[in-house]
Ligand binder design. Structure first.
Ligand SMILES: *Cc1c(COP(=O)(O)O)cnc(C)c1O
Length: 396
């Protein structure tokens, strides 16, 4: 490696010195609200398992049956010999659930976002992206030749200014892209106003609903349902790796023409293996469960409300909202250290939460991000709050 190993070791040492090394805990159980790690048992408040479906018996059963019916792997991309009838069934079920004409599966939502921009946008087009959009959107935009504009997080005045700039550049197509729910804050994008602006400027709207599909909105269809703009969002990308069972895979749900063109041109679709049969069957079951019952969403809402209420009563500062992502803020100079000490102290008490600080969130805006799940009981939520209070007393 001609000295490269030394360079890499120096880079790793710098990451460690900056306190940014990410350490992976080894879980020894299925993903759930109660897990065990190699360091002991823990109540889990940091998974994206919003509906508690990751270890749901019906989903596990569907996946197990799929092994017998459909085999283990596809060993092919979709367009050669990697499309089983169930892949199409899942794509239709997704489209039906989120309310679009059709959908197309990708190996992940990262790949869906990685593939879509260069297919839809060329050098004569413009993309206008929220500054806090997910890394996969940023990378996908980089892969397209479109002119790039960025607006401040959820800032409609700035979005208008960027739309005007794009229009002055005489863009052929303009695409506004935003996360439906922002993962560090739990805030929803103001989709009604974004759709209004898009109509005014003749722009398309794309929403990445990874932190919304299945549980945001009355029927869990996503942020467009919660914002009352079903049918006005042109493109929805999302993941099967969070609320919908948490297996893997992502999708683009959109107008027929968009889906059809992606099937011809999207590189992560054309050149990466088809989603595995077990995952397809399990995800289909997850969508059925999310569609047919409001109960998990009701429990999730109850848990988020209860947590927000008890934490506020205990004097913690939360970001406002209704999302199952609840950021507990530790502002100021010492916030990053306090947040990480509290998270460490909570883990000792058997409650697993994660602290985030700069550069993941702005300087002085450190937080512990708590993620509620329908799998949590009321007692679990209360235990989490008690652990926060005890850890705060300890850390001071
Ligand atoms: C998690 C996430 C992704 C990535 O999804 P995968 O299917 O795991 O690749 C993309 N976008 C957003 C907003 C996410 O939160």
């Amino acid at each position: 490696m001609y000295g490269v190993k030394e360079q890499l070791r120096a880079e790793l040492a710098q990451i460690e010195a900056d306190g940014l090394t990410k350490k992976e805990r080894l879980i020894t159980t299925p993903q759930s609200s109660h897990i065990a790690t190699t360091q002991g048992e823990a109540l889990n408040f940091c998974a994206n398992n919003y509906l508690g479906l990751a270890d749901h018996p019906e989903i596990v059963g569907a996946a197990r049956d799929a092994l017998d019916e459909w085999g283990f792997g596809m060993a092919s991309v979709r367009f050669i010999c990697g499309t089983q009838t169930q892949h199409r069934d899942l794509e239709r079920a997704i489209a039906d659930f989120v309310g679009t004409e059709d959908s197309i599966l990708f190996p992940s939502c990262f790949d869906a976002n990685g593939g879509i921009f260069e297919v839809l946008l060329g050098a004569e087009d413009a993309v206008i992206s929220d500054e806090l959009n997910h890394a996969s959107i940023i990378d996908g935009v980089r892969l397209s030749k479109a002119r790039r504009f960025r607006y401040q997080n959820r800032d409609l005045d700035d979005l208008r200014a960027q739309l005007e700039a794009a229009r002055e550049g005489e863009a052929r197509r303009i695409l506004i892209v935003t996360d439906g729910a922002f993962s560090m804050d739990g805030y929803l994008a103001p989709l009604a106003q974004i759709c209004d602006l898009a109509e005014e400027f003749g722009a398309m709207v794309m929403v990445d609903d990874s932190h919304a599909t299945g549980f945001v909105g009355e029927k869990g269809r996503g942020s467009h349902e919660a914002c009352g703009v079903m049918g006005r969002v042109d493109i929805i990308t999302s993941t099967l790796g969070k609320a919908l069972g948490g297996g893997s895979g992502g999708f683009v749900a959109a107008h027929q023409e968009v889906v059809d063109l992606l099937k011809q041109r999207a590189r992560p679709y054309l050149f990466s293996n088809a989603v595995a049969p077990t995952v397809v069957a399990g995800s289909l079951k997850a969508i059925q469960l999310a569609r047919d019952s409001d109960e998990p969403r009701r429990v999730l809402r109850r848990n988020a409300e209860l947590f927000r209420q008890l934490m506020t009563e205990a004097g913690f500062e939360l970001l406002p909202g209704e999302h199952a992502i609840v950021p507990v803020m530790f502002p100021g100079e010492d916030g990053a250290r306090t947040a990480s000490q509290i998270a460490d102290a909570m883990l000792v008490k058997g409650v697993y939460v994660i602290a985030f600080s700069y550069p993941v969130v702005p300087r002085g805006r450190a937080r512990i991000r708590v993620q509620l799940s329908a799998a949590h009981s009321e007692d679990d939520v209360r235990a989490c709050v008690d652990a926060f209070i005890a850890a705060r007393d300890e850390v001071g």
